[in-house]
Design a protein around this ligand. Sequence first.
Ligand code: FE2
Length: 228
Amino acid sequence: MLLFFLFLLLLLVATVLCSFPHLNPSIAASTSHSSTEARMEASKSEIQAWEYNSTDENEKLAHKYHPNRAIPLSHVHGLGILTWKLDVDNWESDTELKNIRSDRGYKYSEVITVSREAMVDFDARVKGFFKEHMHSQEESRLILDGSGYWDIRDYDDKWIRFYVQKGDLVVLPPGMYHRFTLDTNDYIKALLLFTENPVRTQHQRSDDSAARKLYVEKYLLQQRVKAQ
Ligand SMILES: [Fe+2]
């Protein structure tokens, strides 16, 4: 009889946890993960990525090899980057953006315009973005207008460059080494999204930081094994 009651109790607990996933962190995490993937797939992001050709040319040029060494978007995703394509003409009322913000817990946001007209210290700021760095939080940016390039480090430390323009929402994971530059149009307007109080501290490369260790464990080791 006791065993029967224990069984009933376990059944009840399991039913409650499945009905209220937020009570069970593992179920909540997988639900959030799968909805993120589903939303990404549905949005049909078509960001172009390629192996960065390191030359002395202006970093605002494309820096492609000839012929171009294209990198599949699936590889960029495998390094932990998330991408969506959104309709940003009415971004403040866009339902899909609201859903993504809710899924990922973005509580704070601000709009930034990077252009010679909008910034007194434009050249210094843009040079600063292009210094290799990482963050302890994710970097989430929705491009409202204009365009630019992100460079991210591959599993073997080579640079991968990808191009973003109006409507691209990109999330870089914490601990990923990266840099950013405008293209030769010298203009981008973006919505910055944050889960916690807005912090934009740029940390230099550091293999010892907790965020970096987590990133290597979660993404880079798998990519290195896959490449062997
Ligand atoms: Fe950054």
